[in-house]
Design a protein around this ligand. Sequence first.
Ligand code: UDP
Length: 239
Amino acid sequence: MSEPKYKRVMLKLSGESLAGANGFGIDFTVATRIAKEIKELVDMGVEVGAVIGAGNIWRGREGSGMDRVTADNMGMLATCINALALQNSLEDLGIETRVQSAIEMREIAEPFIRRRAVRHLEKGRVVIFAAGSGNPYFTTDTAAALRAAEIDAECILLAKKVDGVYNCDPNLHADAVKYDHLTYRDVMEQDLKVMDITAITLCKDNDIPIIVFGLDGEGNIRKAIEGKSNGTIIDSQEL
Ligand code: UDP
């Protein structure tokens, strides 16, 4: 096992990554597989923060006809369900985990307290940041960028269904080309669908590199942290 390139990371998982083949709900076989991958990082001494989406349960903007704020509140609550599922899978493997929620629910999760989150990380606990940013009209990508900046994460590991950033959708275009490297500016100017603009802007302003990689395939999270991912790196360097 080679040396990790980063000491503290923020892992962003989409809600769909927890779903089974039907794309909905939580498949605990899948959750366990992800937990095992996270354990590899913890065993390497990497401090891991995680943000998980809710697309497997509910997305506010898809709540057709609903009041947007209510729909987004439902989305944020759905991220808490996923966070507890991931916590359970991690703890089954003996990994100490804390869920910190941006919306208070003290009986279930700690409130988000930055200094406490950092202390947990220093003690080797995985901290799952639930309820997004706590505000409607945002995404969990933005929450991941925000929390990454707050906890001084050295990079965001952006786990996707696709194995990197392409010039067009590789599922629709056989000739789609994958980028090895992009700047934040490239992503914005070319309107590449990696993260929403708010999230990218936060990463750019705080100089947090984003490693985009495919979650399918064994050891991909570890490879990303070892700098061996064949995904896409997004940072400020004009090559
Ligand atoms: N959400 C929100 N504020 C946040 C983060 C999330 O309102 O700070 C809501 C929003 O409705 C969003 C849903 O939670 O659609 C789930 O998050 P997201 O769509 O980012 O999940 P993913 O696509 O990563 O599974």
